[in-house]
Design a protein. Structure first.
Lengths: 290, 290
DNA sequence: GATTAGACTCAGTTTTACTGGGCCTAGAAT
DNA sequence: ATTCTAGGCCCAGTAAAACTGAGTCTAATC
């Protein structure tokens, strides 16, 4: 008696994932960021799930969404399910290619800290295949397929590789024109768009220093700003851990050598469980020197 | 320093589901059936997952696929994840509309057993919204969005609503032509395509009876065969629990009243946990009489 | 009063998933 | 030995999603 056709089906898995992310992160736009889509896409997915269920999961408010009773009730279940699913995915990855490791790092860190160290590490650990992906926000190791992250952040968040200290730097032939802090007003002061506070932090920490109005070009890539500083375009607020090699090579010098700690640090976090290949990479990174 | 674009992403959730189903059920075609798609679709999904992982999960053999080491290792994880996910989905359904219940039943059971009883049940439980979907294979309550199933199967599998007993039936004016078993060879013997053994089972159980060669039209829907029998088209092997109303109304009579048990039963299974609305429906079904 | 953050909607597009056919292989049935 | 069958593979075409991008809306903040 073959009669199939219209069987009711479960909701789309992607819709469930969108719900879980939105609920966990507390908003469609945050979820959209984690899922690498637009917030409109998340809104549509969640709506689809709500339509399927015949009931809302969020309360819409002008300043965002908040879980309603139903949503609050199912979130823990969904979270556990997707945690489990992510663990499965990572297990597949880890077992299928145990020597393939993937690092997520801030673009500046990837280019200025990691990149100079990688050749030696690759030589020391030739059996490992190490990939690097640069991104602004630290990924969620529970969900994204990375084994290790290197970001500037709270020292509490993981293993501290270096503390973050800043000091002005410039090309040697520019240094002659910077004798005191006030001179900075006469020179282009390079800055990075996502670290726009650097100058303010440094000026404020130099207790008693007058705070001249500074101006200069803004870069969207810190490595680009460093390059421009090397080229003599002006004075850059340098993050010590990122400009080590340029200082050492003399391409950059510091007119005011007092470094100021920002309270942040270059922090390394690793996926658990830490299997041997990953442990070896962590050790190599921790011990690496320029 | 906004630099996003090419982030490695996890595998497609649908691919994971296809893998899980194929691994759990031991074949792409079985998985395809559960997922209501073609086996080619499953094959493609699994291949996509294997490509993502960079390693196979199944060993391809001409008579099917079997899990390899990697697949065997991740199956338990995937199973737990999807169990959890299914539980989440069912929770959403149950909490969003607790009075909406969905029954899955064999088409014959839906039409001939359930349908006559439903009006009274709906009257007795007016707050419940009861949907019925007919299907050949009992759904997997752990995965599909049904609350209750009614199928002919092993009595051990759930709550027995009625044992399955068969006996020949026909319209009253046909009965005069059937005095002994041998007469059956002279009449069309109706049968259902998915219960083609019925006649053989009955003939064999009538110990000592000669087994005449029977012939007659085959129907793909048991309800259709019943209707034809009522119309006087021949003799049908009747399942007692499904033709009760026609016997009672005298539309059908049995020339050989010895019913033969088939060893199967009309079995009811319910989703756990059994919440009050579902419990009420089960009670109503168990107690229902024509 | 302007700006901002967050979400909604909708048309258009891209991407993905699925179908339906033909093909292949090995075991089972004849 | 031949069919037959079950199970999977492959491929082109298609159907269905998911996603984008731009425009709106609202309340909160500056």
């Amino acid at each position: 008696m073959p009669v199939h056709p219209p069987r009711p089906t479960g909701p789309a898995l992607n819709a469930l994932r969108a719900f879980e992310a939105a609920a966990r992160l507390g908003g469609f736009s945050k979820a959209a960021e984690e899922l690498c889509v637009t917030s409109g896409a998340v809104a549509q997915q969640v709506k689809g799930l709500e339509d399927w269920a015949g009931a809302d999961l969020f309360e819409r408010q002008p300043q965002g969404v908040v879980l309603n009773d139903l949503g609050r009730q199912v979130l823990p279940l969904a979270e556990r399910a997707f945690d489990q699913l992510a663990a499965t995915v990572q297990e597949i990855r880890a077992v299928a290619s145990p020597n393939r490791l993937h690092i997520a790092a801030l673009p500046a860190v990837a280019q200025l800290w990691l990149s100079p160290r990688l050749p030696a590490i690759r030589r020391a650990l030739p059996d490992l295949v190490i990939s690097v992906t640069a991104m602004e926000q630290a990924p969620n190791l529970g969900r994204d397929p990375f084994d290790l992250t290197l970001f500037l952040g709270d020292p509490e968040d993981g293993q501290v590789v270096a503390t973050d200290e800043i000091l002005p730097v410039c090309a040697p032939d520019v240094a002659g024109r910077v004798m005191q802090v006030a001179d900075l007003a006469q020179l282009p002061c390079l800055s990075d768009s996502s670290w726009s506070q650097d100058w303010a932090v440094w000026l404020q920490a130099r207790a008693g220093a007058e705070t001249p109005q500074l101006r200069g070009p803004v870069f969207s890539l810190y490595a680009l700003a460093v390059q421009e500083a090397v080229n003599g375009a002006g004075v850059l607020m340098g993050h010590q851990c990122l400009i080590e090699q340029d200082l050492k090579a003399g391409r950059l010098v510091s007119p005011f050598p007092q470094a100021v700690p920002t309270g942040k640090a270059l922090v390394l976090t690793a996926r658990k469980p830490v299997r041997p290949p990953l442990a070896r990479l962590i050790a190599a990174l921790s011990e690496s020197r320029l």
